[in-house]
Design a protein around this ligand. Structure first.
Ligand code: HH2
Length: 405
C-alpha cells in the first residue's frame, strides 16, 4: 500500500490572524497561504513507476528525496508548499499513478476535520475540542476497576455519573481485554451488558457504545439502544460484526490490535508501527464499508497497549496525527494503562490518574485525537478544557497587540 503521511503540515489558521494583524487584505492572503503553507510528507510503499515519477519531478516548489535505488518498495520524503504538493497529486493522477495520487491527497487533507458524527441526539463536531468517552466495565476482571460495577445497579449508577460529569458518550463492556484475558462466553457477556444498556437508555440521553468483539452482542446491544460498536479486534475476531452495524445504521470504532488479548503482549514487533497501524486500519475500513457500514460513521483507534511495547505506545501517541490520513475521527485510550504506571515509577492502576491526565492533555495539544476513552471523566473534562484552550489559542485579539484602526 502506498502511504503518504504528513510529518509536518502548516496549519493555515496560524498564519491568517498574523496577516490580518499587519493589515493584509484577504485577496492578498490566499495566494500567500498557497505559496507559504508548507508540508513534509513521508511516502512509503512505492513501486518502480511511482519512484520514476517522483525522480522526474521538476517543480521549484518541491524537494523530493528518494530512498536507495535498489530498495523495494521504495520510499521518499516530499517537502514543499501546499500548492506544490497538490500539483504533484494531480501529476500523479494524470500519469495514471492513482494510488500515489490518492495517498498524496489524503496526506495534504489531513488537517481538515472529518465530517461530524451524529450519535443518538448529539452531533460530534470534530476539530472544535477533544470529546470524552467514559468507560463502564461490567466485568469481574478488568485491569483497573474489575468487579466494581459488576452488579447491574452499580454499573448503571456509574454510567449516569459519568454522563453527569461530562462524558460525551459512555462505553459499556462485558469482557475484559487486558493482556492475558480469556474470552467470555456469549451468554455471560449478554447478561452483563444488556440490562445495563437498557437502564442507561431509559434514564439518560447520553449516547451509549458497546465494547464487544462479538457480532451477536453488538446486534442485541444496538437493538436496545446502543449507537456505536467499539470493536477492539477491528473486525479481526468476528467479521459478521460489520453486518450487524450496517443493518442498524450504527457507528463503528475500529481498533488496531496485533495478536489477541491472550497473546498480544508476548513479543510485539513492528518495522514501522505507525505505518502498520494505518495500513491495517485502512483495510478494515474498506472491509466495513464493503459490508455496508457508512464510511463517515467509522472511527479509528491505534489500540494503545494492544500488542505494543511502551515504546510503540509512546511513538504512536506522538505521531497520532498521522492517522488523520484515514479521514476518520481518531479515538484513543490511554487511561490507567501499564505504560503510564511504568513512566510514573511503577504505580498500580489506582494511582495512574495524574499520568493518564498528562497523556490526554498531550494528545489534545498535539491535536491528534478527536475522542479520548477515560475512566475518570470529571478530572479528564478539566484537563481537556485547559489543554484544548491552549491548543486553539490562535484567535488574534490581545495576543497580537492592541486592535488595529
Ligand atoms: N482499551 C480497553 C478497552 N477497550 N477500546 C478502544 N477503542 N480503545 C482502547 O484503548 C480500549 C478499548 C482497555 O481498558 P479497560 O476497558 O479499562 O480494561 P479491560 O479491557 O481490562 O476491561
Amino acid at each position: 500500500m502506498i502511504l503518504a503521511r504528513p510529518i509536518h503540515l502548516d496549519r493555515d489558521d496560524d498564519l491568517e490572524p498574523v496577516w490580518e494583524r499587519i493589515g493584509l487584505a484577504p485577496t492578498v492572503r490566499q495566494p500567500l497561504l498557497d505559496s507559504l503553507g508548507h508540508g513534509i510528507l513521508l511516502v512509503t510503499g512505492l513501486g518502480a513507476a511511482d519512484t520514476r515519477l517522483l525522480r522526474e519531478v521538476e517543480d521549484p516548489r518541491l524537494t523530493v528525496i528518494l530512498s536507495d535505488p535498489g530498495r523495494r518498495p521504495g520510499g521518499a520524503t516530499v517537502s514543499g508548499t501546499r500548492a506544490g504538493l497538490e500539483a504533484l497529486a494531480r501529476l500523479a493522477e494524470i500519469s495514471g499513478r492513482l494510488e500515489l495520487a490518492r495517498a498524496l491527497d489524503a496526506a495534504t487533507a489531513a488537517d481538515v476535520p472529518p465530517d461530524p458524527t451524529v450519535l443518538g441526539g448529539r452531533t460530534f463536531q470534530w476539530g472544535e475540542r477533544t470529546h470524552l468517552m467514559g468507560v463502564v466495565n461490567v466485568t469481574p476482571d478488568s485491569f483497573s476497576d474489575g468487579g466494581r460495577h459488576l452488579e447491574r445497579e452499580a454499573a448503571v449508577r456509574h454510567a449516569l455519573s459519568l454522563a453527569e460529569a461530562g462524558a460525551d458518550l459512555v462505553d459499556v463492556g462485558g469482557e475484559s481485554t487486558r493482556p492475558g484475558a480469556e474470552q467470555v462466553p456469549l451468554q455471560v457477556e449478554l447478561d452483563r451488558v444488556l440490562p445495563v444498556l437498557e437502564a442507561v437508555r431509559a434514564r439518560s440521553d447520553v449516547p451509549v457504545s458497546i465494547d464487544t468483539r462479538k457480532a451477536a452482542v453488538a446486534r442485541e446491544a444496538l437493538r436496545v439502544g446502543a449507537v456505536l460498536v467499539n470493536d477492539v479486534s477491528g473486525l479481526g475476531h468476528d467479521p459478521a460484526l460489520a453486518n450487524a452495524v450496517a443493518e442498524a445504521g450504527a457507528a463503528l470504532a475500529l481498533m488496531h490490535i496485533q495478536g489477541t488479548p491472550e497473546t498480544m503482549q508476548a513479543d510485539p514487533r513492528y518495522d514501522d508501527v505507525v505505518a502498520e497501524v494505518i495500513e491495517l486500519l485502512s483495510g478494515r475500513i474498506d472491509r466495513a464499508v464493503a459490508a455496508g457500514v457508512a464510511r463517515e460513521r467509522i472511527w479509528v483507534d491505534p489500540g494503545i497497549g494492544f500488542g505494543k511495547t511502551a515504546g510503540h505506545n509512546l511513538f504512536l501517541l506522538r505521531h497520532l496525527g498521522e492517522l488523520r490520513v484515514l479521514g476518520a475521527p481518531v479515538l484513543v485510550g490511554t487511561s490507567r494503562k501499564r505504560f503510564i504506571g511504568a513512566l510514573s515509577g511503577g504505580k498500580p492502576p489506582e494511582q495512574r490518574l495524574p499520568g493518564s491526565l498528562a497523556s490526554i492533555a498531550a494528545v489534545a495539544v498535539l491535536q491528534g485525537a478527536d475522542v479520548v476513552r477515560v475512566h475518570d471523566v470529571a478530572e479528564a473534562r478539566d484537563a481537556l478544557a485547559v489543554a484544548d484552550a491552549i491548543a486553539r489559542a490562535r484567535e488574534g485579539g490581545d495576543s497580537w497587540g492592541p486592535p488595529r484602526g
